[in-house]
Design a protein around this ligand. Structure first.
Ligand code: G3P
Ligand code: CA
Length: 269
């Protein structure tokens, strides 16, 4: 049966490749960005953290064990936290072999390398500030890298960049430092608190398990800091049934490890 009327977006929700197309290539690597591009997916999501010497890098966990060979290369450096390694040390690590031998030699990208590849591929970026409480000042530093790469000085900045975080403080800081940047809060705040969030975030981005049609409608009832209807991007949806379910909630975006699967599913609705 018919899906709920969609707020002016005839093409249905945007599909975002979570950590790149991470169902098919090692998460948060340039290979995962390229895989999303190959699949025709315009939006990629990533996770930004900081090295000991102040370089911004793209990695999800707060330590390097799961997605690199750090334990082999630096056996004495437990617990292998990102913040305890320099950028040069991290650049030596293999961030692809754990996923598949064909990705041996993939690296942990710097944020600069990552945004350059996204730009090269004509893609758009949903950038997550991950664990910002560990990295005081990372909001300003992230905006500086984006500015240096030419991402902030164009009129269409809001058309290709969203900065999100689980930390409301971080999202508010980004909004205050650079109001032109579109922002997202990761979580499901009580509806009674949405007026406060609407002052600094353009999106409320819940885990799909915490999302309902009525919650999405509640978010949509508010206007964000740029005067437009607040949006909902939900995560992490990797199967067709769930994709159809959340599309019927009228979400604005679906974040997925398998963006091709989601795109096919929501096209059929
Ligand atoms: O973009 C949403 C999603 O990435 C948040 O969860 O743990 O995958 O960063 P996580
Ligand atoms: Ca993320």
């Amino acid at each position: 049966h018919a899906r709920a009327a969609h707020g002016g977006d005839a093409d249905g929700p945007l599909v975002v490749a979570h950590r790149g197309a991470s169902g098919y290539a090692p998460e948060n690597t340039l290979a995962a960005v390229d895989k999303a591009a190959e699949l025709g997916v315009r939006w990629v999501e990533n996770d930004v953290q900081r090295t000991r010497d102040g370089e911004l890098v793209v990695l999800h966990d707060d330590n390097l064990r799961r997605t690199t060979d750090v334990e082999e290369v630096f056996p004495d450096r437990a617990p292998w936290k990102v913040q305890d390694f320099t950028a040069a040390e991290i650049a030596r690590l293999d961030a692809g072999s754990w996923f598949g031998a064909e990705y041996a030699g993939a690296r942990v990208p710097t944020l600069k390398q990552y945004v350059d590849r996204v730009e090269h591929n004509h893609q758009k970026l949903l950038l997550e500030l991950k664990n910002p409480q560990l990295y005081p000042g990372i909001e300003r530093e992230t905006l500086k890298v984006l500015a240096n790469e030419g991402w902030l000085d164009r009129p269409h900045v809001a058309g290709r960049l969203i900065v999100q975080s689980f930390s409301a403080d971080s999202v508010r800081t980004v909004h205050e430092l650079k109001p032109a940047v579109k922002t997202g809060f990761l979580g499901t705040p009580p509806v009674s608190e949405l007026p406060e969030y609407a002052k600094f975030t353009d999106q409320i981005n819940p885990s799909y398990g915490t999302l309902s049609a009525s919650y999405a409608a509640s978010v949509h009832a508010f206007k964000g800091p740029h005067g437009r209807r607040m949006e909902v991007f939900t995560w992490t949806v990797n199967d067709a049934d769930t994709a159809r379910k959340v599309a019927a909630y009228d979400v604005d975006g679906i974040i997925s490890n398998r963006p091709d699967v989601v795109r096919e599913a929501v096209r059929e609705t």
